[in-house]
Design a protein around this ligand. Structure first.
Ligand code: PGA
Length: 252
């Protein structure tokens, strides 16, 4: 893992109301020791961020939104701007999640705009990429990842890459209980790092954190985190249970 600090991120998706979300956040926070080698991030629904930020104000847990608009304000019904995300108490945002791409039709170009908007506002940005089952079976995994990276990172400077985290989430492994094997994940991560090197330079590639996402759970986190190019996890289902997520945070 070199000198990259591990990042364990919980993506709550469209789960939790105010009361259970606050409880979950506090319970998760209790499982975070004074880590020096890892960071913990939570992406709760927009509507709960500010209350959770208040509750966790003295903690090192980073809060993130699950998406963000590219404009700071304006006529964008249904969108939340980087300024609003920061205002609510979050310091990071996820963009390009496969559910955004697949269910809501977000293109690589739109994901890139969101990424640039968030960076311009000083947010730590997690860019999600990943192939579908069809694409994997059709031998297109690498061409899909390369396209998503090239388009997703268009016009992002090498300096800005310091604030970008990439999450590799094979769509066929999300919420299915089917994890990519540690070898499959490592191979994809190595490929992704190679593309980042191609787009920037070796130093940027070596510093960029690449998270794995897709059915990460207590039983597989250790072997995934032991891979040289896996720098963290983006966790969905298992992040909704404080005990499971606590075990994942405390991976060996
Ligand atoms: P999962 O979701 O852990 O439930 O597979 C991961 C994600 O979608 O970020």
């Amino acid at each position: 893992m070199g000198n990259r600090k591990a990042l364990i991120a919980g993506n709550w998706k469209m789960h939790t109301g105010l009361v259970d979300g606050c409880k979950l956040a506090v319970d998760v926070e209790k499982q975070c020791s004074q880590f020096s080698d890892r960071e913990v991030l939570l992406a709760p629904p927009f509507t709960t961020i500010s209350e959770i930020a208040h509750l966790l104000k003295d903690s090192s847990v980073i809060l993130a939104s699950q998406n963000v608009c590219w404009q700071e304000q304006g006529a964008f019904t249904g969108e939340i701007s980087p300024m609003m995300v920061r205002d609510a108490g979050a310091a990071a945002a996820i963009v390009g999640h496969s559910e955004r791409r697949q269910i809501f039709g977000e293109s690589d170009e739109m994901v890139n705009k969101r990424l640039r908007g968030g960076l311009a506002s000083g947010l730590l940005m997690i860019l999600c990429i990943g192939e579908t089952l069809e694409e994997r079976e059709g031998g297109q995994t690498y061409s899909v990842l390369e396209r998503q990276l090239k388009k997703g990172l268009a016009d992002i400077s090498p300096e800005d890459m310091g604030q970008v985290v990439i999450a590799y989430e094979p769509v066929w492994a999300i919420g299915t209980g089917k994890t990519a094997s540690k070898e499959q994940a490592q191979e994809a991560h190595l490929f992704i790092r190679g593309v980042v090197e191609q787009l920037y330079e070796k130093k940027v590639a070596e510093q960029t954190r690449i998270l794995y996402g897709g059915s990460v759970k207590p039983s597989n986190v250790d072997e995934l985190m032991a891979q040289p190019d896996i720098d963290g996890a983006l966790v969905g289902g298992a992040a909704l249970d404080a005990e499971s997520f606590g075990r994942i945070i405390n991976f060996n």
